[in-house]
Design a protein around this ligand. Sequence first.
Ligand SMILES: [Zn+2]
Length: 390
Amino acid sequence: MKMRRIYFLVILGCALTGAWAQNVHVGIFQDQLVTASVVYCSSGNYHLVAGDEILARFGQGDVLYLTLDREMVKVLDADRDFGFFSEVELRGTTPDCVFRIRPIQPELESRMYDDDLLVTAHDRYMTLVNRVDMDKYLAGVVEAEAGYNAEKEFYKAQAILCRTFALKNLDRHLSEGFSLCDGTHCQAYRGRSMQHPGILTAIMETTGMVLADYHYKLITAAYHSNSGGQTQRASEVWLSDADYLQSVVDPYSLHQPHAKWRDTISFNDWKQYLLKNGMRSVNRIPEEIIYVEQMRRKKYFVLDKDSIRMAKIREDWGFPSAFFDMFPDGDSVLVWGKGYGHGIGMSQEGAMKMAGDGFLFRDILQFYFHEVRLMDYRDLPASSIPHVEF
Ligand SMILES: [Zn+2]
């Protein structure tokens, strides 16, 4: 009898705290030092909370002003001054809570977010954190990373990668008071999804699903815009290798919007660059520096006994990809490239083509990732997901 009661209390506790629904803390407007903002309650009911105290209740149409003042957050609404706080929270109390926030110092475009807003004061800025249901967050990420109007099976594959990335990196910004930032450093997130039905269905139909390796560890869920016809093995760009990130010949990425690019650089600049990077034979065999051919992706540009990583050349010259050919044209060097991005993991445009050809999300993920397990993250060992507490 006693056991049953404890069990019941645990269930009740989980239901009340939402422990079964995964929330994520996302730092928003992270590329800005925001010192003043207006917050509009768009739907649902909110509590303004500081410490354990509920200071006020807000509903649709209510407006709140937050200003950094003497290293504290000053909170006002239309007719009340709530005072100064080091931390303050706009906590949603209904499932339909949506707020809109418009930074006014600096002046930025407003964005809409689901669920809660946490504000912490620092000496020169406020940290703004959106505490949001994982699937709602993922809908916003998939929309920002993959746009509208793609096939549902593509959105499902993308949603699983975004979820895998998010769960694997929950401790990435712990010292700043949140899990993930909203820039490309983590995953782009510009607020709530505009309720694109294809994205929302894809998120719901894959809820909880992640990719793990054969040791039940979440994979590095890499993706990029277009592989140019062949994906890149991880170890050729990053220091670490992963069995599941092998190079794949990818015909689906050909003939897609970012399959090809062209650039022209000066022969002299190229020569100086190679000399600066330790290529000793540049002056002895100058004709060889302007012919680069990659039928398949190469790891290095090699001249005699010296080499430079193709990924470094891409980065130094700002090329869209490291998968390119070069040939001379008078005083210039023509650079004809394939693909867009680092080339590791799933090619988004290739995956869109596969989905259009009738492949299911499982097929798409299996094509781009070698020997991975598709599973529910709740079935992973506890050590697979960083344990974070806020
Ligand atoms: Zn980040």
